[in-house]
Write a protein that binds this ligand. Structure first.
Ligand code: UN1
Length: 475
């Protein structure tokens, strides 16, 4: 069945159709989908603007009930959604089902948050005057979501947007429209009024740009690449739109000589290679203290050799394909570059089979100055960089234009505490992979990784509401 756009409660075809293929097997067409145009964005924004007053004024209980039903429906369908997601994106069935579950949990969480949105009442500095600080929805928000978490990221943007009374036009990634489409179906079935949630699929240059340029879109939340983000930021500045962006990472994982090697290797294998390294939270710089360096590299090489690469739908697969031919070509280019820059490369070759499969790659003997250690690759590739001690490791960890997540493996409480305090990242992990976060706490970074306030947890209200300060004189 073709996947259609959802505008004002109607399923809408479009002149152009896209083909959604599985990266594990390009002959497997997951679905055809309707690619909208700027005119359809206009219609969707107009519908969202019409739906806004009633949705914003609905009781929080009304919104909470709908979000709770959406959460329940996603959880009930998690296995089915996981299959669609694994087929279109290529992550393993276990990861995909886990992601669908996370999406359901996010809707449940924000169903509760709809009821908990709070303000302040403060005494004025003037006699017989009261001051109230309240939060109000923004209006129509545009959500632009990436392919690597095709249902969790749409959920963690749409759920708080809707909970706090905004209406939504969402543009999912071109490579993975089917998972976002399931979300649109579930929202419609759960009784979300027409126009409150609209889905317009198609290219970023057309649909994303139309959202950024539309005068009736109050805010944009974007997750994706730095290059695209730069253009969105410029557009939002021109139109004075509120903006939240979550982009790249070059996340360091520090392995100290006193680390439990089993814990460190497990954290690095997971952080660098699971989800085929296609996470902005992936560990792409493994900064290893000299005393443990060689043992660490040996253990990593063994563990990499034991990973099962293959069809994401098979139960024992641990690493699926790269998302697309273009992404794979980019990754292989970085493997060549690692050789040219003088690193010793373990793994990294394309597998001789249909689909876009690449063996995990370790760039041993890398320096922090090499391009492979500075640019986000977004694939199963990690540099191993030797450090002389804690201070050197910390300096290397922070020496990057990004600042999303960071990690340290150590058994020293003092080093763990010091790292948490001095790491220039939005999220810090101790003895845990840099990727894989909880859904109910803030998510986001510093420097080139993030713009605007945090996503997820209670902090999401900062972005999806506007603060009003009211003064009342009753003399
Ligand atoms: C995670 O590590 O659990 O695009 C989530 C990304 C992030 C999400 C990572 N926004 O990879």
């Amino acid at each position: 069945m073709d996947r259609l756009n959802l505008v004002d409660g109607q399923w809408r075809a479009a002149e152009a159709t896209g083909e959604n293929i599985s990266p594990a097997n390009p002959a497997d067409v997951v679905c055809a989908y309707a690619r909208g145009d700027a005119g359809l964005v206009d219609e969707a924004v107009a519908a969202a603007a019409r739906a806004f007053p009633a949705w914003a004024e609905a009781t929080p209980q009304f919104r909470a009930d709908i979000l709770d039903r959406v959460g329940s429906a996603i959880l009930a369908r998690a296995a089915e959604i996981g299959r669609i997601l694994a087929r279109e994106e290529g992550k393993t069935l276990a990861e995909a089902t886990g992601e669908a579950t996370r999406a359901g949990q996010l809707f449940k969480f924000y169903a509760g948050e709809a009821l908990r949105l709070a303000g302040d009442a403060i005494a004025s500095i003037r006699d017989k005057v009261d001051v109230e600080v309240t939060r109000e929805p923004l209006g129509v928000v545009g959500l632009i979501t990436p392919w690597n978490f095709p249902i969790a990221i749409p959920a963690w943007k749409a759920a708080p947007a809707l909970a706090f009374g905004n209406t939504v036009v969402m543009k999912p990634a071109d490579l993975t429209p089917a998972s976002a489409h399931v979300l649109a179906e579930v929202l419609a079935e759960a009784g979300c009024p027409p126009g409150v949630f609209n889905l317009v699929m198609g290219s970023g240059r057309v649909i994303g740009q139309a959202l950024v340029d539309h005068p009736d879109v109050a805010a944009i939340s974007f997750t994706g690449s730095e290059g695209v983000g730069q253009g969105i930021a410029e557009g939002c500045a021109r139109h004075r739109k509120k903006l939240q962006m979550e982009m790249g990472g070059k996340n360091p994982m520090v392995v100290m000589a006193d680390a439990d090697l089993d814990v460190a290797v497990a954290a690095c294998i997971n952080g660098a290679f699971f989800s085929t390294g296609q996470r902005c939270t992936a560990s792409s710089r493994l900064i290893v203290e000299a005393g443990i360096h060689d043992a660490f590299v040996d253990r990593m090489a063994v563990a990499m050799g034991q990973l099962t690469l293959g069809d994401p739908l098979e139960a024992d697969t641990q690493i699926g394909p790269v998302v697309s031919e273009a992404q794979l070509r980019g990754n292989l280019g970085y493997v060549d570059l690692a050789h040219e820059e003088g690193a010793e490369v373990i793994g990294g070759e394309r597998l001789d089979r249909a689909g876009f499969f690449q063996a995990p790659a370790l760039f041993v003997g890398a320096t922090n100055e090499m391009r492979v250690s500075r640019e986000e690759i977004f694939g199963p590739c990690a540099s191993v960089i030797k450090a002389d001690g804690f201070d050197h490791a910390l300096t290397l960890a922070n020496d990057t234009e990004f600042g999303l997540s960071s990690g340290i493996c150590t058994t020293s409480l003092r080093q763990a505490r010091e790292f948490k305090r001095r790491s220039a990242a939005g999220m810090v992990m101790v003895n845990l992979p840099t990727a894989g976060v909880d859904y109910h706490v803030p998510f986001g970074g510093r420097k080139a990784s993030s713009v605007g306030s945090r996503e997820q947890g209670r902090y999401a209200a900062e972005f999806y509401t506007s603060v009003k300060t009211a003064y009342t004189f009753a003399g």
